[in-house]
Write a protein that binds this ligand. Structure first.
Ligand code: BDR
Ligand code: CA
Length: 308
């Protein structure tokens, strides 16, 4: 069993990732912490609460985090995720409440109190993690591993030609985390753009049951209406769910170790992740970067797990 805190900006694929994680028997979701990214943090927090309500997992703690990046102006992605972050499903307000601690304080508390190691699945911009590192470096160093969705090592970006959204939104935060010495796994666009959930996979899955499935189906159908098809080739890229998949022990992803950096200055290259692939390089490797994915195996696992 692996204990995880999901640091998230829900967001359509964040919600899919959370639902997936909640159903994975090998994962114990300790808490959801939210951050501004796809939508402002207030909406992200509401969405996190709402999904726990829908999945009937009201006991999981939710804490609200950073409302803007460390240094850059805030950037959101309602064009992709809808004004409500959930493909314009316009759900009712959640009835459960967030805790009275900030995301950083809740992470700190869980890291200090938990008897078991905790992995952070970071599926939004890394602002909360950077603040945890700045304020409580010793607690931060207790994180077992940060498995993050973000970056583009050897493929195009999705927000600029070279940068991926989560990293581009707060490159300074990513820079701090990359240089922190924590164990890192990067699940970037190199692999997530290969895990496209197509509509026919869902329509064929009529044996799903329960409220969670009905919600999942509605979300996918709405999302397919609003996500520009040119971007994700006729389906939905399972960016964030794949990072949850990386928290499980299986051989769906293959990694290579690299010296991973991020560009924090300039305009054209801002937020671009750089991996040092020179065979002669002496640079210190700080991250395992996912370079290959068995996308069919992952999509099967994802659907099978949601079907439970
Ligand atoms: C990442 O950016 C967000 O829009 C998604 O939720 C995902 O975390 C993909 O680039
Ligand atoms: Ca996300």
């Amino acid at each position: 069993m692996r204990n995880i805190i999901i640091d998230t900006d829900p967001g359509i694929d964040d919600i899919l990732a959370i639902l997936f994680a909640l159903k994975c028997e090998a994962l114990n979701v300790e808490a959801l912490t939210t951050v501004s990214g796809n939508v402002p943090v207030e909406i992200a927090t509401k969405n996190a609460l709402k999904i726990l309500e829908i999945a009937n997992r009201r006991n999981i703690l939710v804490a609200s985090g950073a409302s803007r990046p460390l240094r850059k102006d805030q950037l959101t992605a309602e064009l992709i995720h809808g004004k409500d972050g959930l493909a314009n499903m316009n759900l009712s307000e959640p009835t459960i409440k967030k805790v009275n601690l900030s995301a950083v304080e809740l992470m700190k508390e869980r890291l200090l109190k938990s008897k078991e190691p905790i992995t952070i699945a970071a599926i939004g911009p890394m602002t909360n993690l950077a603040i945890l590192n700045i304020l409580y470096p010793r607690v931060f160093s207790q994180i077992e591993e940060i498995i993050f969705m973000g970056g583009a090592a050897f493929c195009p970006g999705n927000i600029t030609s070279g940068a991926e959204f989560n990293i581009y939104v707060d490159p300074d935060a990513a820079n701090l985390v990359f240089n922190s010495g924590v164990k890192l796994k990067m699940i970037g666009l190199d692999v997530t753009m290969k895990t496209i959930l197509k509509k026919d996979k869902i329509e064929n899955s009529n044996d799903f049951g329960g409220e969670t499935y009905k919600f999942f189906r509605r979300l996918i159908n709405n999302a397919l209406e609003i996500i520009p098809q040119s971007m994700e080739k006729g389906g939905i890229a399972l960016h964030d769910p794949l990072a949850i998949g990386a928290c499980l022990s299986n051989d769906i992803l293959k990694y290579k170790e690299y010296d991973l950096k991020v560009e924090t200055e300039g305009s054209e290259g801002l937020g671009v992740t750089l991996v040092d692939d020179r065979s002669w390089s002496q640079s210190k490797k700080n991250a395992k970067v996912a370079v290959e994915v068995d996308n069919n195996a992952f999509i099967d696992l994802f659907l099978k797990t949601l079907r439970k």
